[in-house]
Design a protein around this ligand. Structure first.
Ligand code: HEM
Length: 106
């Protein structure tokens, strides 16, 4: 059963490019983390919505192990300034109940 953890981040207008550039230049160590399945950075379309960093794991334990890892610390060691982020957001966790993917990507 896969497990999804989304981090919702309100990025202050004017900081979007920097925020996205950081993710493009990320170290990419998560790609090698045991139990990691996928991640996406979602840019909001429309008013007031936060960016979402969506991550998928083989289990909640796999996610927890990453959060406790040096890789996680390194990925967040040099944060953007406080004013780059707005109030609210934060993480939300889900068990995947059911789903499908296009036949061509199986
Ligand atoms: C409020 C605290 C957090 C903020 C503001 C934040 C923001 C960021 C930023 C800007 C980056 C790009 C790397 C860089 O800046 O050098 C990053 C990396 C990342 N963050 Fe966060 N993050 C936070 C906590 C979390 C949490 C709890 C998760 C769990 C879903 C998460 C998921 C990720 C992932 C998957 C990466 C890419 C890591 C890699 O490629 O190795 N972040 N984060």
């Amino acid at each position: 059963m896969t497990y999804m953890v989304n981090n919702r981040i309100h990025v202050t207008p004017g900081y979007e490019e920097t925020f996205e550039a950081r993710f493009r230049a990320r170290a990419g160590e998560i790609d090698q983390q045991p139990g990691f399945v996928a991640m996406r950075v979602l840019r909001p379309q429309g008013n007031q919505a936060p960016y979402i960093v969506e991550t998928e794991w083989e289990s909640q334990d796999a996610f927890r192990a990453w959060v406790g890892s040096d890789d996680f610390k390194r990925a967040h060691a040099n944060p953007m300034p406080k004013e780059a982020f707005g109030e609210g957001g934060g993480i939300e966790q889900f068990e995947v109940v059911e789903g499908t993917v296009a036949v061509g990507s199986r």
